[in-house]
Structures are given as structure tokens and as C-alpha cells.
Design a protein around this ligand. Structure first.
Ligand SMILES: Cc1cc2nc3c(=O)[nH]c(=O)nc-3n(C[C@H](O)[C@H](O)[C@H](O)COP(=O)(O)OP(=O)(O)OC[C@H]3O[C@@H](n4cnc5c(N)ncnc54)[C@H](O)[C@@H]3O)c2cc1C
Length: 516
């Protein structure tokens, strides 16, 4: 390697500069390229993740896969294909040649839009058509996967939303902070749906499903027949009645439209009260505070996120918010609005131009219930994400699935989980019979501090902190009966990837042992 400068891979590098599982960033012409090694094979791929342009050279190689440190997107080193959400598009790749003890990167290879086998092998099962109810994370990921796997039958995505699938996590983050172009919010360019032959039916709510006739009915009376159905209806916000508040005083945050309204309203406001101290509430608080508003957060817990992440992490985020001037009123609720302010249960009155309510969501299971599907605090699915009705799958915030890592039936509200479930459900719709085994992952970002979380801990009996929360450099392990069930990291993205890979390896070991 040329010391002190980025290597020019066209000139070759010594084979021994790269160990198995290692990678080096360099360049080919004016492009940033990663040269990676898996056993005795070498691969050259683009250095930027196609999701949020994360630095892939800071990621992790697992077998012949490359994982992004930002949101754990996963790419094939062989084909460049995006194997797992949140990325959908392939990274570039280059031909690599080994000559004696040097490795050279040659010409760029054409990017793949479909799985290589999709052109030559029809999916094992091709339903006459696929209808997807829900145009969010899981719905889009499923439609995209059906096409990338070579399914050429009709695909219809029906969405109650007024926008094509968009980056919902941004609704409470960047989008509330500054004007950002629509391209940043759209998950796919507008032409994608036409090019892929995906019928996108917006502003349309499905009102009933007839599993026997294999038909969905829309509120407007329209009907769609389906060969296979995916339910991906997400979650509905919990409404909190605020006596004295007009509709124009209190806003919820679920959709891009919600964010547009709040963004506009914030432009002329001075003070806002955020009700709810979990992820959405605090992300909104951080975003509006960064626009210069006076922000008060009212939360029932003693510390923000206490239920999900425990008091230590909660205290850290509270201090972070307070250091930016957010005023937290913990252990309190809002009981009403009185003139120009919110009244708390202890009688405190907080002046507020408007309220933002983030007090939780409920899985949107009404349709599934009406269709007679098995429900248990969510739509119950098996390991293949199939509901109690054959041919009807469910994914995302509504699905309660048997999580092999925790050994429990769980339901989570995480972006990447919803997308990956959509992808697995799509492959199973095509007859792949693939178990959903991904380690749950989520992230939150507030005042520039990102927390990454892998695993799932509904409860724990011990918390171990490696590193220092205040230094924003730590891994917080949640343990139950001596076993680490989840780990939250701050400032340790690489470790988060390693922990995820470790959990996958433990599962593989367990599966092998039980099948022996
Ligand atoms: C503001 C905000 C910020 C978030 N930030 C993060 C984050 O940083 N990290 C993270 O991991 N997770 C985050 N999440 C959670 C994440 O967005 C969700 O877990 C994810 O969107 C769930 O995907 P889904 O496909 O199940 O549902 P959704 O993405 O909610 O999509 C549901 C779709 O179903 C449609 N629909 C519902 N009912 C019907 C019907 N009857 N007929 C037709 N269409 C219907 C809706 O219109 C919508 O299009 C955030 C959520 C919100 C609201």
C-alpha cells in the first residue's frame, strides 16, 4: 500500500496487505473503492452505502457480505446487490485480478438491478398477483423485492397515505429541522413504480378483506383480487384527548403530511410543549429546539425512554436535551389546554403556541381482525411471516412473530425490521420458505447523537455499561438470566455490527445443536 495516501488500486496492492475479512479503501480513477478479502477471494466495490451514503470501509465483513455501520444495510461483495434493507440499490463493483502476489482492480462491472438468477430461473411459486396493503417501510420493501427476485405478475400497493413511500424516520428528524428536498424523503424516485410495473394506489384505504374470495375492498368501493396478500398497515397513533385544545393546537407525528404541518406551524411559533418522552417525542423536541423554539417535554416516566432503555440511558438523553435548553417535566402529564398554555397534572401552566403529542402507537390490526386472522396484540405470524390464513402474510409494526433470538413472540416498531420483514415476506410469497431470523435493530438520533440498538429486551435483570455514556462512547448491555439480550451503543457503530453478527452466530450454533 502507498503509505499516507489513498492507494490507487489500478496499480495493484500486495496480497498480504489484506487479511481474510479485511478491507482497504482506495480509488479507481476518481471513485472511492473498497478492496475486500474473503478467504482467498478479493472483491472491489463502491465505498458508499446506497441508503444514507454511510462509509462502508468502517463497516464489517461477514463472510462474503459487507455491512454498513450507520443502519446495518448489507451488501453482497460478489454481486454488489443490497441483500438486506435499509439499502435497496446495489453498490458498484469492479473486476479484480490477482497477478502473482499483487491484486489489481480493473474495469467497472455493470450494476445489477435484479438478483443474477432472476433472469434465468422463475420464482418457485408465482401467485397470479400480489396485493400489498400499506405503502410504508414493509410494503415498499416487499414490492421492490418481488421485482428484484424476478416476479413478473401484477403487484399492487394500496396505501391510505397521500405520498408514495417515504423515509418515515426522517419525519421527526431532519424534515422538522430545515427545508429538505422531496428527493430526500422519497424512498424511490417517482419513475420507479412505473418502470417496475408496480401499481401504486394512494389515498385509498382498504376497508375489508375476503380471504376465501381472495379479494380486498376499498372504502371507495373498488375491489382487487389477489393471488397472495401482504398486510403492512403499520401503526396508528394513540390519541390523547386534551380538554380545551382545538385541532389547530395539537399535532401528532406519523406521516410526512403531519411533518409538513408542524414544520410550517413552527415557523411562526415561539414555544412548544411536547407530550411524551419516548423516541418520537424527544426527536421532535430536538428538531424543534434546533430551530430555536423554546421546547418543554412532558413525560410520565421518571426519565425519557426509561421503559425501553432503562434509567441510565434515559438520564443521559435527558441531560443531553437539557444541555441544549430543552426543559423536561418528568413524572407529569398534560391535563388540558387553558387559553395559551398547557396545564399539567400538578397545576403548572406552560405557555405553548402548540402541542406535539407522541404518546405511543397501536398496531393497525382492524383489517386483519375483520378478516378473521389470529390476533394477539398484533397480527400473529409464523416464522415465515404467514398469518393464520394461508397466502396472507403480515410484516412490520403489525406483525407479532416468533423471534428465535429471544425465544419469544415479539412485535417491534423499528424501520429496518419492517423493511426486512417485507423483504422476507416477499420471498416467501414466491415460495422460498425462508425463516425471519434477523436480529432486531433500531436507531434514534437527537442533537447529533445516534444510538444504535440490536436485539430485543422487554425486560432485563442487569445492565452493564462498557465505556462512558457522558463521553458518548459506550455499549450498554441488557441482560436477562446472565444472557445478553440487547445492546445499545453510542459512538461505537462497528461494535454494534459485531454484536449483531455475534447474535446471528449464536443462533446458527443453537440451530445446528438442536438439529443434531
Ligand atoms: C416519526 C417517526 C420516526 C421514526 N423513527 C424511527 C427511527 O429512527 N428508527 C427506527 O428504527 N424506527 C423509527 N420509526 C418507526 C418506523 O418508522 C416504523 O417501525 C415503520 O415505519 C413501520 O413500517 P410499516 O411498514 O409496518 O408501517 P408504516 O411505515 O407505518 O406504513 C403503514 C402503511 O399502511 C398504510 N395503511 C394503514 N392502514 C391502511 C388501510 N386500511 N388501507 C390502506 N393502507 C393502509 C399507511 O397509510 C401506510 O402507508 C419512526 C416512526 C415514526 C412515526
Amino acid at each position: 500500500m502507498e503509505s499516507g495516501s489513498t492507494p490507487d488500486f489500478t496499480k495493484g496492492i500486495p496480497v498480504d496487505d489484506l487479511q481474510n475479512g479485511g478491507m482497504i479503501q482506495g480509488r479507481v480513477s476518481d471513485e472511492d473503492v473498497i478492496l475486500a478479502r474473503h478467504a482467498d477471494e478479493f472483491f472491489a466495490v463502491g465505498a458508499g452505502c446506497t441508503h444514507y451514503h454511510g462509509p462502508l470501509a468502517e463497516g464489517l465483513i461477514v463472510g462474503d457480505e459487507l455491512r454498513c455501520p450507520l443502519h446495518h444495510a448489507c451488501f453482497s461483495l460478489r454481486t454488489g446487490m443490497a441483500l438486506c434493507a435499509p439499502a435497496f440499490d446495489a453498490i458498484h463493483r469492479w473486476r479484480v485480478e490477482r497477478v502473482a502476489d499483487r491484486v489489481f482492480v480493473r474495469e467497472k462491472l455493470p450494476a445489477l438491478a435484479q438478483w443474477p438468477e432472476a433472469n434465468t430461473r422463475r420464482p418457485p411459486n408465482s401467485p397470479s398477483s400480489v396485493v400489498i396493503v400499506g405503502g410504508g417501510a414493509a410494503g415498499l420493501a416487499a414490492a421492490d423485492m418481488l421485482r428484484r427476485k424476478g416476479y413478473d405478475g401484477p403487484v399492487t400497493v394500496i396505501s391510505a397515505d397521500d405520498s408514495a413511500p417515504y423515509d418515515r424516520p426522517n419525519v421527526s428528524k431532519d424534515y422538522l429541522q430545515e427545508p429538505i428536498p422531496d428527493e430526500w424523503m422519497n424512498l424511490r424516485v417517482p419513475d420507479f413504480y412505473k418502470e417496475q410495473g408496480i401499481e401504486l394506489v394512494l389515498n385509498s384505504r382498504v376497508s375489508s378483506i375476503d380471504p376465501r374470495q381472495k379479494q380486498v375492498r376499498l372504502e371507495n368501493g373498488g375491489t382487487y383480487n389477489f393471488g397472495a396478500l401482504l398486510l403492512a398497515t403499520g401503526a396508528d397513533v394513540v390519541k390523547l384527548p386534551i380538554p380545551g385544545a382545538r385541532d389547530s393546537d395539537a399535532f401528532y407525528v406519523r406521516t410526512w403530511s403531519d411533518a409538513r404541518v408542524i414544520f410550517k406551524r413552527a415557523a411562526t411559533a415561539k414555544q412548544v410543549v411536547v407530550v411524551g418522552s419516548s423516541f418520537i417525542g424527544l426527536e421532535v423536541a430536538a428538531s424543534l429546539r434546533s430551530r430555536g423554539l423554546d421546547v418543554h417535554v412532558v413525560g410520565r416516566e421518571d426519565q425519557p425512554f426509561e421503559r425501553a432503555l432503562g434509567p441510565e440511558v434515559g438520564q443521559f438523553f435527558r441531560a443531553l436535551h437539557e444541555s441544549h435548553g430543552v426543559i423536561c417535566h418528568m413524572g407529569k402529564t398534560v391535563t388540558g389546554m387553558d387559553g395559551d398554555g398547557a396545564v399539567l397534572n400538578d397545576g403548572t401552566k406552560l405557555r405553548a403556541d402548540f402541542l406535539v403529542l407522541g404518546v405511543g402507537v397501536r398496531p393497525a390490526v382492524a383489517l386483519a381482525e375483520q378478516a378473521g386472522l389470529k390476533i394477539d396484540r398484533g397480527v400473529v405470524v409464523n416464522e415465515y411471516l404467514e398469518t393464520s390464513a394461508p397466502g396472507i402474510f403480515a410484516a412490520g409494526d403489525i406483525a407479532r412473530w416468533p423471534d428465535p433470538h429471544s425465544g419469544q413472540q415479539i412485535r417491534v416498531e423499528h424501520w429496518v425490521v419492517a423493511e426486512r420483514q417485507g423483504q422476507v415476506a416477499a420471498r416467501n410469497i414466491l415460495g422460498h420458505r425462508e425463516r425471519y431470523e434477523a436480529v432486531p435493530f433500531f436507531w434514534t438520533q437527537q442533537f447529533g447523537v445516534a444510538l444504535k440498538y440490536v436485539g430485543h429486551a422487554e425486560k432485563w435483570d442487569a445492565v452493564e455499561i462498557d465505556g462512558n455514556l457522558d463521553a458518548k462512547n459506550c455499549a450498554v448491555s441488557y441482560k436477562q438470566g446472565g444472557k445478553t439480550v440487547a445492546v445499545a451503543t453510542i459512538g461505537r457503530d462497528f461494535q454494534s455490527l459485531q454484536i449483531e453478527a455475534g447474535m446471528e452466530a449464536s443462533l446458527r450454533k443453537l440451530t445446528r445443536a438442536t438439529h443434531r
